[in-house]
Design a protein around this ligand. Structure first.
Ligand code: BQZ
Length: 690
C-alpha cells in the first residue's frame, strides 16, 4: 500500500487536506500491541446475593468490650442497634470464613482531610478514609468478582429497587431501621436532604461532582415514606442510574447534623456550610463501619468501630471485625514502603517507580506483606481544557491556549510530540507499561482496537500540525509564537503528591519543547490540584483515569460533557453555558444514546463510535497505562482473591474491609484506643464503658 493510499484516507477522515498530509504529517495507525501482562490470581466468581443479602437472623453478637457499654446502660442491646433485616455477609463466600473481632488495619495515605463535609466537596484525604466512612445507596467496588450474567450494582443502603412498567420511574427501598453512628435513624429525610439540598442546589458542589445530570437531565426524586422513594426519569430504563447510586455519587450525609448549617435551613452561608464540620471535629455521624475519633494533623486519623453498623455476618456477628482503622498522614510513595516493610498494612502499588523494589522485597518468604499484580487498569492522559467561554476565568494567554486546544491540528501535534514508549520507560522498564492512545482502556469489556485511532510519535509531524494550526516560530527561538505575539506557553497542572505524575510531566515538558511548544509546570498538592482541575483553572492537566474509562458503566456520565459538570476537560461557564465543538456534541450524543439503550449489541456499537470519535479527535492525549498491585499485610484474612487495586472502585472498597479480619493467634496489640467506642458527635474523642 503506497503512502498516498495510506495517508490520504486518514487525512480526509480528519478533514485535513491531502496535499498538506502528504507533505509532513504522519497519519494515524493501529494501536501498537501491548506486552501481555497477566494479573496474578483470579477472582472466585459468584453472584451478588452469594456475597451478601438482607435478612433477619435469630440472634446477634458483638465484641465483649461493646457488651460492657450495653451493661453500663450506654448502648441499647445489639439487636436494637441493627435494622430489622441487616445486611448479612455470607461466611460461606468469605475467602476464609467467619472472622473474629480485634486488631487494626493501618492505612498510610498521601492526602489530608480538609474537613468532614464530603457533601459540600471537602476531601477526607482519600486512600480509603471516605470509602470507610461514607456509605452509598448501591455498591460496585466488589463487582470484579461477580458473574457477568449477574452484573449490576449491589444493594447497600438501598436494599432493593423496582422499575415501573414503562421504565420511567424507579422505586427504591431503603434498609429499614438502620441508624447513624450516633443512634439517629437513617431514613428518607437523609435522602431528601441529599437530593434537594446537595445534588439540586447549584451552590453546592460535591467532592466527586454528582449533579442532576449524573442521574439524567430532568430526573426528579419523590419521597413516599420513611424507607421508600421514587426516581422519575425523562427517558425509559436509564439503568446507568444504579451505578450512579454507588460510591462518589449517591452517598447521603446525616441530615440531622448537616441541615442546621445549610442556608436552606438557617445556615449563615454556603461557605459556612462547607466549613461546618472542620477537620478537628470528632465523632461525626457516619453510616460507615468506623467513626473518626482522633485526628492529629499531618500525623494520623484514628477511627473506631461504629456500634450501630447495620451489617452482620451470617453467624450473627455485628461487623466490622476490625475494631480500629488508622490513616497515617504521609505520602503515597511512603504507603508502598510501609506496606512492604510491615509498618503499614495496605497499599495500592500504583507508582511504577516503586514496582521493582517492592517486588524484590515482597519476594522474600519472610516478607510481612502479600503483593499481587492485577490487570493494566492504571492509565494517564494529558487533558486539554476545551472551554473557550470562560470556565476557570482564563487570562488572555490562557484564553489563547484554550482556542488552540480546540483546534484539532494542535491536539494532533500534542499527541505526536509525545513518545509514549519513552514516557513509560521513564517510569519503569519491563513489561509493565503500554502505549495508551486515550479513550477506553485496552483489555476492558467495551474496548475495540479497530475503533481506536493512534497517532504515532513524530516530532516533525507534530510541528507540521502546530503550523497547520496557525503557529509559526516568528522570533526564531525554537518555540512557536501566537500569531504576531509571544511564545506559546502552556501551563500544565500536576498533582505533586505523585512521583509518577511529576515524572510524566517532566517528560511532557521535554518532548513538547523538542516540538516547539513551551510548557511550564503548575505543580500543586492533591487537594489544590483537584480544586484547580474541577474549577477549570488549567490549560492542560494530567489525569489518572477514572472507573468510567475501564468499566464504562461506572460513572458513565464522566465519559462526555453530557451535563455542565460531567466531563473533566470541559465544564460549563458560570452562566451554565457549555460551548461544545461539533465532535464533542457527537460524543455527548453517543453517550446519551448508550445510557438510553437496553440493547447489548447496540451498546457495543455505540461504544465503538465513542472510542473512534474520542481517539481520532485526540479529545484527551493518552500517555501510558500499567497494572497496579495490591499489597496487604499477611496477617489479614478474607481479602478476596484477585481483587484489583482499581476497577469499578479502589481496593479499599473492593476488598470489603468490614469483613476482613485478623485470626486471633496473629493479632498484634496495635489498637491505639482499645475498648473504646466513638463519643457524642463533636465531643473530644472516643469513650470507654465506665
Ligand atoms: C486510592 C484512592 C482511594 C482521587 C485519589 C487521589 C485524589 C483523586 C483518587 C488511590 C488515592 C490513591 O487516589 O492514590 O490508590 O487509595 O485514593 O480513594 O489521587 O487526588 O482526586 O480521584 O481516588
Amino acid at each position: 500500500m503506497n503512502l498516498l493510499s495510506r495517508v490520504a484516507p486518514a487525512a480526509l477522515l480528519l478533514g485535513l487536506s491531502t496535499t498538506a498530509a502528504l507533505a509532513e504529517f504522519v497519519g494515524p495507525t493501529a494501536v501498537p500491541e501491548a506486552a501481555a501482562f497477566d494479573a496474578q490470581g483470579e477472582p472466585v466468581f459468584v453472584n451478588r446475593s452469594d456475597i451478601y443479602d438482607f435478612r433477619a437472623l435469630p440472634s446477634y453478637s458483638e465484641p465483649e468490650f461493646v457488651t460492657a457499654f450495653v451493661e453500663a446502660g450506654k448502648l441499647p442491646p445489639v439487636a436494637e442497634r441493627l435494622p430489622a433485616e441487616p445486611l448479612v455477609f455470607n461466611t460461606a463466600t468469605m475467602a476464609n470464613g467467619a472472622g473474629v473481632y480485634g486488631d487494626v488495619m493501618r492505612h498510610v495515605i498521601g492526602g489530608r482531610p480538609e474537613g468532614w463535609n464530603f457533601w459540600a466537596g471537602q476531601s477526607y484525604g482519600w486512600g480509603g478514609i471516605d470509602i470507610g466512612l461514607v456509605e452509598c445507596l448501591t455498591r460496585t467496588g466488589p463487582l470484579f468478582q461477580v458473574n457477568a450474567e449477574d452484573l449490576q450494582p449491589m444493594p447497600n443502603l438501598a436494599k432493593s429497587w423496582d422499575w415501573s412498567e414503562d421504565g420511567k420511574s424507579l422505586t427504591v427501598h431503603l434498609v429499614e431501621g438502620a441508624k447513624w453512628s450516633d443512634g439517629v435513624p437513617f431514613n428518607t429525610e437523609d435522602i431528601a436532604f441529599y437530593w434537594d439540598n446537595i445534588v439540586m442546589d447549584p451552590n453546592v458542589t460535591q467532592l466527586m461532582g454528582a449533579s442532576q445530570a449524573t442521574y439524567g437531565e430532568g430526573t426528579t426524586l419523590e419521597v413516599l415514606d420513611d424507607y421508600t422513594f421514587v426516581f422519575h426519569f425523562t427517558t425509559a430504563f436509564p439503568e446507568a442510574v444504579l451505578y450512579a447510586m454507588a460510591y462518589g455519587n449517591f452517598c447521603p450525609g446525616p441530615a440531622h447534623a448537616l441541615k442546621p448549617h445549610h442556608p436552606a435551613f438557617g445556615g449563615e452561608s454556603y461557605e459556612g456550610f462547607l466549613n461546618s464540620v472542620p477537620a478537628d471535629y470528632l465523632n461525626f455521624p457516619t453510616m460507615g463501619a468506623w467513626v473518626v475519633t482522633e485526628h492529629r494533623p499531618d500525623d494520623i486519623v484514628v477511627t473506631r468501630r461504629n456500634p450501630y453498623y447495620w451489617k452482620v455476618d451470617s453467624d450473627g456477628q455485628q461487623l466490622p471485625y476490625l475494631n480500629e482503622v488508622h490513616f497515617r498522614l504521609s505520602t503515597w510513595g511512603d504507603r508502598d514502603v510501609q506496606a512492604i516493610a510491615g509498618t503499614g498494612d495496605f497499599s495500592n502499588l500504583e507508582q511504577p517507580e516503586n514496582f521493582v523494589e517492592s517486588l524484590r522485597r515482597a519476594a522474600d518468604p519472610a516478607a510481612p506483606a502479600r503483593l499481587a499484580f492485577g490487570p493494566r487498569t492504571i492509565g494517564y492522559s494529558l487533558v486539554p481544557n476545551m472551554s473557550a467561554n470562560g470556565w476557570g476565568e482564563p487570562d488572555e494567554r490562557g484564553q489563547k491556549v484554550r482556542e488552540l486546544n480546540r483546534n484539532l491540528d494542535f491536539r494532533l501535534g500534542m499527541s505526536q510530540a509525545l513518545d509514549r514508549v519513552r514516557l513509560g520507560e521513564s517510569l519503569v522498564k519491563g513489561p509493565f507499561t503500554a502505549e495508551y492512545p486515550g479513550g477506553l482502556l485496552a483489555g476492558t469489556s467495551f474496548y475495540d482496537a479497530g475503533s481506536t485511532v493512534y497517532y504515532p510519535t513524530s516530532t516533525d509531524s507534530a510541528k507540521a500540525h502546530f503550523e497547520a494550526a496557525g503557529l509559526t516560530d516568528s522570533d526564531g527561538n525554537g518555540f512557536y509564537n501566537f500569531p504576531g505575539g509571544d511564545d506559546v506557553q502552556v501551563a500544565l497542572l500536576v498533582n505533586g503528591d505523585y512521583q509518577t505524575e511529576k515524572n510524566l510531566a517532566e517528560g511532557i515538558v521535554a518532548m513538547m519543547a523538542d516540538a516547539g511548544i513551551k510548557v511550564v509546570l503548575n505543580t500543586q498538592s492533591g487537594n489544590d490540584q483537584n480544586a484547580a482541575r474541577d474549577s477549570g483553572r488549567y490549560d492542560w492537566f494530567i489525569d489518572r483515569l477514572g472507573a468510567h474509562m475501564i468499566t464504562v458503566v461506572q460513572n458513565t456520565a464522566a465519559l462526555a460533557p453530557v451535563g455542565p459538570l460531567t466531563y473533566n476537560g470541559h465544564h460549563a461557564n458560570n452562566a451554565g453555558e457549555l460551548d461544545l465543538l461539533p465532535f464533542e456534541q457527537e460524543i455527548a450524543a453517543t453517550i446519551n444514546a448508550f445510557v438510553d439503550s437496553r440493547d447489548a449489541d447496540q451498546r457495543v456499537e455505540l461504544m465503538k463510535t465513542y472510542q473512534r470519535l474520542f481517539t481520532e479527535n485526540a479529545y484527551q492525549i493518552g500517555l501510558t497505562a500499567f497494572p497496579g498491585a495490591l499489597i496487604v499485610n499477611k496477617r489479614f484474612a478474607n481479602v478476596p482473591e484477585g481483587a484489583p487495586i482499581f476497577m469499578y472502585n479502589w481496593a479499599e472498597d473492593n476488598i470489603m474491609r468490614e469483613q476482613v479480619y485478623v485470626p486471633a493467634d496473629q493479632q498484634a496489640a496495635l489498637e491505639l484506643q482499645p475498648n473504646t467506642l466513638p463519643g457524642e458527635p463533636g465531643s473530644a474523642g472516643p469513650v470507654t464503658a465506665e
